[in-house]
Write a protein that binds this ligand. Structure first.
Ligand SMILES: Cc1cc2nc3c(=O)[nH]c(=O)nc-3n(C[C@H](O)[C@H](O)[C@H](O)COP(=O)(O)OP(=O)(O)OC[C@H]3O[C@@H](n4cnc5c(N)ncnc54)[C@H](O)[C@@H]3O)c2cc1C
Length: 387
């Protein structure tokens, strides 16, 4: 094999591509991970210090994938010798009789996830920092917590390298030629491999256009807001404040979520789970702030210990599918091209499992999980194959 020939090439060193490369290297494969920007960078979806990890979901298939995923996260912690996870619990709030609250609650119960239900009196005792409205339910997924995202990305890439994997950053892919050996051209070189995995985040369709496929993916800019605690530490990890998700908040379509103050002392991250459409190459030209206004109103009503004006606003992107479920599949016309895309703002926690599944597909193996919710064919009227 020449230095430009690989068993597998992975395009995109975000969380999904990094874990796919890690999985392939663990299976003794010669893998190349290509990244358009110099690492680390903050222009995709995987940067920033924290993400929520939880088993609480509306669908069984996500909850069941998280079972093994927790083990894989802890395995990486051991291999890299770095702490990646802190258990805080996740407080789920919302109208008790509402559809979303019931879906989450039933999935947790069906899958025997350890939970604590907080009735009104217990809520005021344990979570006095939040105004609970009459009719709201509250249930805690005690397995949930915070993932240290930047550290996790670096850990997966470091272990990949230590296993002989090759990372080339600052090397944008400009062309893909499908075939029994896939040819990948970058700004500075040409590589070949038996299989290719495309995990390009918001740029997925740009890369897929070289293979004659377009998916119904929408890149959106997220304003990542941090809010000042009136008394520092009120909503902190040390004060045992949990992560939270509030579903069916009055008058808004998507949920609001938050993480205890930790990475920026005195500031708590609270965000709206949607943003406005953007071109990923011109993210900062999207200046819509309606999501910030939604969160500001929410904080004024529910979190009296926070100043309802954001102290820090950072930027990130989601790549959203019409049903908010991922795409984990082989290319419809080229079975040795595998696609991981459309993580719709909730994919980070699944990184180790997504890497495992995409790695299995790239190696021609049967996937460990039922991938029917993630198949491309669920978008019959949208996915266009020009081939
Ligand atoms: C504000 C915010 C909060 C979130 N919170 C959570 C959470 O609490 N829990 C959770 O589980 N998930 C969360 N997510 C979602 C999660 O972070 C994403 O689902 C995940 O990071 C997606 O990773 P990715 O690898 O698909 O994409 P990316 O991280 O965008 O990686 C794609 C990579 O491909 C590279 N690339 C693209 N085109 C090319 C090319 N031509 N050549 C070479 N490289 C290329 C890009 O530069 C990029 O590095 C959140 C996301 C955001 C933005």
């Amino acid at each position: 094999m020449s230095a430009r020939d690989f068993d597998c090439i992975v395009i995109g060193a975000g969380v999904q591509g990094s874990f796919t490369a890690y999985h392939l290297a663990k299976h003794g494969k010669r893998a190349l991970l290509l990244e358009q920007f110099v690492l680390p960078h903050s222009r995709g979806s995987s940067h920033g210090q924290t993400r929520i990890i939880r088993k609480a979901y509306e669908q069984d298939f996500y909850t069941q994938m998280m079972e093994e995923c927790y083990h894989l996260w802890s395995q990486l912690e051991k291999e890299a010798g770095v702490k990646l996870y802190r258990q805080t619990g996740l407080l789920l709030m919302g109208p008790e009789k509402g559809r979303d609250f019931q879906l989450f609650k039933n999935t947790m119960h069906r899958n025997k996830i350890p939970t604590v239900t907080l009735e009104h009196a217990e809520f005021s005792q344990h979570i006095p920092q939040v105004n609970r409205y009459p009719g709201d339910g509250a249930i805690v997924d005690t397995t949930a917590g915070v993932l240290y995202a930047d550290r996790a990305l670096k850990a997966a890439q470091d272990v990949f390298r230590s296993l002989g994997g090759v990372i080339k950053d600052g090397e944008k892919v400009t062309d893909i030629k499908p075939g029994p050996l896939v040819t990948v051209t970058t700004v500075s070189s040409v590589y070949r491999a038996k299989s290719l995995v495309i995990t390009a985040g918001p740029w997925a369709n740009t890369l897929l256009s070289h293979t004659g496929l377009q998916l119904p993916l929408q890149a959106v800019k997220i304003n990542v807001c941090y809010w000042r605690e009136r008394t520092p530490g009120t909503y902190s990890v040390e004060n045992r404040f949990p992560c939270f998700i509030h579903v069916e908040v009055d008058g808004v379509e998507h949920h609001i979520y938050g993480l205890p103050s930790n990475e920026y002392p005195g500031l708590m991250k609270v965000c709206y789970h949607m943003g406005s459409e953007t071109d990923p190459d011109e993210r900062d030209r999207q200046t819509d702030r309606s999501d910030i206004e939604i969160v500001s109103r929410y904080i004024a009503a529910r979190f009296p210990g926070l100043v309802p004006v954001p102290a820090v606003v950072e930027s990130c992107m989601y790549t959203v599918t019409p049903d908010h479920h991922f795409v984990l599949d082989r290319h419809p016309s080229h079975s040795n091209i595998v696609i991981g895309a459309g993580f719709s703002g909730h994919g980070f926690k699944f990184g180790p499992i997504v890497g495992k599944v995409l790695g299995e597909l790239a190696l021609g193996q049967v996937s460990s999980y039922d991938l029917s919710p993630f198949r491309i064919r669920r978008f019959p009227s949208h996915s266009k194959s020009a081939l």
